[in-house]
Design a protein around this ligand. Structure first.
Ligand SMILES: O=C(O)CCC(=O)C(=O)O
Length: 279
């Protein structure tokens, strides 16, 4: 298993790192089984088309979905990258329908950088404001569509002209993730999916984390997330509280005076958070 330090070096260099086999088949099947019902519940009454891009799914299915956003290994790494400021911005659950081959073949899904990203001004590494834990619930193939990344584009102002956004990129690396792998990306990494032409649905999560002083897109104010927050309060679990937008230390930590290197400071705070956690 790669150490956090090795991963961090890789992430800084490439703009992403792949965690293999984070979620198991039984867990993924439970998520997939719930998808049609979630689509029905999130589609507005009378809408012409079903809502396929599901959001706020932790509020809809708290105990089923919490393990997707609260994986200890992923959060340990997220804290190394974002500092102990990791908040759930949004969990998107999507099943991409299969498109006709003539429409899909030879295309990329749409080159972009993610929300809270930026066009890199130069080659220095800047810690991200947000990260995407991209997860596929089936093995990726040429038929259902690999993930495409431009390695190092979080530190390079590489951009794709509007008329090339769905074309393969000369510098792309294709990632054929296995079911349950998590590709953890920097918000400024240029990437794209690939249209699905497999004849089956292509299930995917974007588990999106941002810094806890930013706004978040999911609904963390509903009664179900409130129960998770209550549980976290009882255990004094600052990390779980932060995940759902409750960070009582944010002003103190975000205004530390900056006299200790960020990552050293973060390590101290992470240790403090662990020390106060009730069993
Ligand atoms: O569909 C995919 O494989 C890529 C998803 C993506 O680009 C994203 O989550 O930002």
């Amino acid at each position: 298993m790669k150490s956090l330090a090795t991963r961090l070096a890789e992430f800084k260099e490439q703009g992403f790192t792949v965690f293999e086999g984070v979620f198991d088949r039984a867990q993924m099947d439970r998520w997939i089984a719930r998808y049609p019902d979630l689509v029905e519940r999130q589609t507005p009454v009378g809408a012409e088309k079903p809502t396929l891009w599901l959001s706020s799914v932790v509020e809809y299915e708290p105990w089923l979905m919490l393990p997707a956003v609260n994986n200890a290994g992923i959060l340990d790494f997220a804290e190394r990258v974002l500092g102990p400021f990791v908040q759930l911005d949004n969990l998107t659950f999507m099943a991409f329908p299969s498109l006709p081959r003539a429409e899909a073949e030879g295309k990329a899904g749409g080159w972009h950088r993610d929300i809270w990203g930026w066009v890199p001004p130069g080659s220095d590494y800047f810690a991200p404001l947000a990260c995407n834990a991209i997860t596929y619930l089936q093995d990726l193939t040429d038929e259902n569509g690999p993930l495409r990344v431009v390695v190092g584009s979080h530190r390079e102002p590489v951009m794709v002209p509007a008329d090339q956004r769905t074309a393969p990129h000369a510098r792309e690396k294709l990632i054929y993730a296995k079911a349950g792998d998590v590709i953890f990306t920097h918000c400024a990494l240029l990437h794209a999916g690939t249209p699905n032409m497999s004849g089956k649905l292509r299930y995917f999560f974007s588990i999106y984390y941002n810094r806890s002083w930013l706004r978040y897109r999911d609904n963390h104010s509903g009664p179900n997330v409130a129960k998770i927050i209550q549980l976290a309060r009882e255990k004094n679990d600052r990390r779980l509280l932060r995940l759902f937008g409750v960070d009582e230390l944010v002003f103190r930590r975000a205004n530390s005076g900056f006299q200790v290197a960020d990552e050293e400071m973060w390590d101290q705070w992470i240790a403090e958070d662990r020390a106060v956690l009730k069993a």
